[in-house]
Design a protein around this ligand. Structure first.
Ligand SMILES: Nc1nc2c(ncn2[C@@H]2O[C@H](COP(=O)(O)OP(=O)(O)O)[C@@H](O)[C@H]2O)c(=O)[nH]1
Ligand SMILES: [Mg+2]
Length: 464
C-alpha cells in the first residue's frame, strides 16, 4: 500500500501531505493498537478530547445535577444567543414568536399555580383517583389532568405538567422504567402511585412496594412510592344465623388514599419552586432546540454547495490519478480544507492541523466501517448495469471519491450541528457519536436514486 503513495494524488487543497503522513508515520501503529486506541491517539495528539461512549441500557439512571434558578436562566440565555445568531445569519427569518416565548419564560419563576398529571396504562385508576383528589380539594393552586395512552405508542408523549403521578397496579414494567428514566433526565418530578393495593394480600403488597422502592431509589425517596386504593373492591359478607339461615350482602369500601394526599400536600408546600424550575427548564430547552433546528437548516443550505465543490475536486483528482488502494481513497476524499470551510459555517474555528486531524479521523472511520468498499462496489455495479457509456479508467474511483466526500461532508454537518454555540473551543469537541453519524448518513445516502443522481452529476466533471 505504501508504495502507491509516491506521487501527489489529489490537487490543491485536498490534504496530500496529510495522506502521506497518515499512512507513512502511522501505518505501523495502526495494526498494533485497536481502532479506538488509534482514534484516541490521533485525537489526543492533535488536541482533541475523545470521550468514550457511555454504556447504554445500564440499570442505573444517568446522574442529573439539581436544577438551580441560575441554570435555567442560562438555558434561556443560550436560547437568546441562538436567536441572535439566527437574526444575524438569516435576517429574513422571523424570530419574534421565539423571542416572545423566551421572555414569557423568564417572567415565570414565581408561578404558584401547578399542573399535576395522572399518567399510566389503561384502567389503572387515573380517572377514579382524579375524582377523589378533586373532591378532597388539596389545594386551590392545582389543576389535575389525565394523560391517556401513555404507553400506546413507542414514542413517549411530551407531558406538560409540573408533577406527574404515575399509576401502576403491580410490578414496574420496562415501559414504566424507560418513562421514569426519561422523567428523571428531564428534571420531571414524579410520584409513583401503586393503586389497587386491595387486590393483593398484605405480604405481596409490601413485597411489591419494597421492590419498586428499591428500583427507584436513585431517583426518588421511598416516601414517593405510595400504595393506595382509589376504589377498593366491594366486600362480600356472609353471616350464619342461629336459625340456620345464611345471609349474604356486599359492603363497599371507602377509598384509601390519605397517604398520597398527605404526601402531595407536603410536596406542594416544600417543592413548588423546584417544580416550576423543572417546567421552565424543559420549556427553555425545547425552545432552544427549535431555534437551533432553524439555524441548522439555514446553515445546511450554505454547507451543501461547499460539499459539492469538494466533491468535484476529489472526483477530478481521483480520475486523473486513480488509486488502486481503496483505503487511500477514503483518506484522500476528505479534504482538511473542507473540514475547515464547514467549520466556518458552524462557527467552529479550526486550525489547519485540527482540520487535518478531524479529516483523518473521519477517513479512518469510513474505512473502519467498511464504507469505501461498499460504495465502490455499489457504484461499480451500478455503472455496469446501467449501460453508461463513458467509463474510462478511474471513473469508479472518481465517483467513489465524490461519494465519500459527500458522506464525510454530510457527517461533519451532523457533527457540527450538535455542537453548542458557546463551546467553540476545539478541545471540547465530542467525537463519540461520529461513527454513528457516519453510519446514519451512509444509510440515508445509499438509495439507488441518490447514487444515480451522484453519478450523473459527477460524470461531466471528469472530462478534461
Ligand atoms: N380493585 C380496585 N379497583 C379499582 C381501584 N381503583 C380503580 N379501580 C377500578 O379500575 C377500573 C378502571 O378505573 P379508571 O379510573 O377508569 O382507570 P383509567 O383508565 O386509568 O382512568 C374501574 O373499574 C375502577 O373502579 C382500586 O383501588 N381497587
Ligand atoms: Mg380514564
Amino acid at each position: 500500500m505504501g508504495k502507491k503513495v509516491n506521487k501527489p494524488i489529489l490537487v490543491a487543497g485536498v490534504g496530500i501531505s496529510f495522506i502521506l503522513w497518515f499512512y507513512n508515520s502511522l501505518s505501523q501503529h495502526i495494526l498494533e493498537v485497536g481502532e479506538w486506541g488509534l482514534l484516541s491517539a490521533i485525537s489526543l495528539g492533535l488536541g482533541f478530547w475523545w470521550r468514550k461512549g457511555q454504556k447504554e441500557m445500564t440499570n442505573k439512571p444517568l446522574p442529573v445535577t439539581r436544577l438551580t434558578e441560575q441554570s435555567v436562566r442560562d438555558v434561556i440565555t443560550q436560547g437568546e444567543l441562538i436567536l441572535n445568531t439566527l437574526a444575524t445569519e438569516a435576517p429574513d427569518c422571523d424570530i419574534s414568536v421565539f423571542k416572545q416565548k423566551l421572555i414569557q419564560l423568564s417572567l415565570g419563576f414565581d408561578r404558584q399555580e401547578l399542573t399535576i398529571a395522572l399518567a399510566g396504562g389503561k384502567k389503572v385508576g387515573k380517572t377514579t383517583l382524579k375524582k377523589i383528589l378533586l373532591a378532597q380539594n388539596i389545594s386551590n393552586n392545582i389543576s389535575l389532568i389525565e394523560i391517556e395512552s401513555l404507553f400506546k405508542e413507542t414514542k413517549i408523549p411530551k407531558i406538560k405538567a409540573d408533577l406527574i403521578l404515575l399509576l401502576i397496579t403491580g410490578d414496574l414494567t420496562n415501559s414504566h422504567w424507560k418513562f421514569l428514566q426519561k422523567c428523571n433526565q428531564d428534571h420531571q418530578r414524579f410520584i409513583l402511585v401503586f393503586n389497587k393495593k386491595d387486590q393483593y394480600i398484605p405480604e405481596e403488597r409490601s413485597l411489591i412496594l419494597e421492590q419498586v422502592r428499591q428500583q427507584l431509589n436513585s431517583m426518588i425517596a421511598p416516601s414517593d412510592v405510595i400504595a393506595i386504593s382509589a376504589a377498593p373492591q366491594v366486600l362480600k359478607v356472609r353471616q350464619h344465623e342461629e336459625n340456620g339461615i345464611i345471609r349474604e350482602w356486599t359492603e363497599s369500601q371507602p377509598p384509601e388514599i390519605n397517604s398520597l394526599s398527605d404526601r402531595l400536600k407536603l410536596v406542594l408546600e416544600l417543592e413548588t419552586k423546584m417544580l416550576v424550575l423543572g417546567s421552565l427548564w424543559r420549556e427553555a430547552v425545547s425552545l432552544k432546540q427549535q431555534a437551533k433546528a432553524n439555524l441548522n437548516g439555514i446553515r445546511r443550505d450554505c454547507a451543501l454547495p461547499i460539499i459539492e465543490k469538494y466533491q468535484w475536486i476529489a472526483a477530478a483528482s481521483a480520475f486523473a490519478n486513480p488509486v488502486a488502494a481503496l483505503d487511500l481513497l477514503a483518506t484522500a476524499a476528505i479534504s482538511s480544507q473542507l473540514v475547515i470551510d464547514l467549520g466556518v459555517i458552524y462557527q467552529q474555528k479550526l486550525s489547519f492541523s485540527q482540520g487535518q486531524a478531524l479529516s483523518g479521523i473521519i477517513g479512518k472511520l469510513i474505512v473502519k466501517l467498511g464504507l469505501v468498499e461498499l460504495s465502490t462496489q455499489t457504484i461499480g455495479s451500478f455503472l455496469k448495469n446501467n449501460a453508461i457509456t463513458y467509463i474510462a479508467g478511474g471513473t469508479v474511483q472518481a465517483i467513489s471519491a465524490a461519494y465519500l466526500t459527500r458522506l464525510a461532508g454530510l457527517s461533519l454537518v451532523e457533527h457540527f450541528q450538535d455542537q453548542d454555540l458557546d463551546s467553540s473551543t476545539i478541545e471540547e469537541i465530542d467525537l463519540t457519536k461520529l461513527p454513528q453519524k457516519i453510519r446514519r448518513v451512509f444509510e440515508k445516502n445509499k438509495r439507488t436514486a441518490l447514487v444515480q443522481n451522484l453519478i450523473q452529476q459527477t460524470l461531466p466533471h471528469l472530462s478534461n
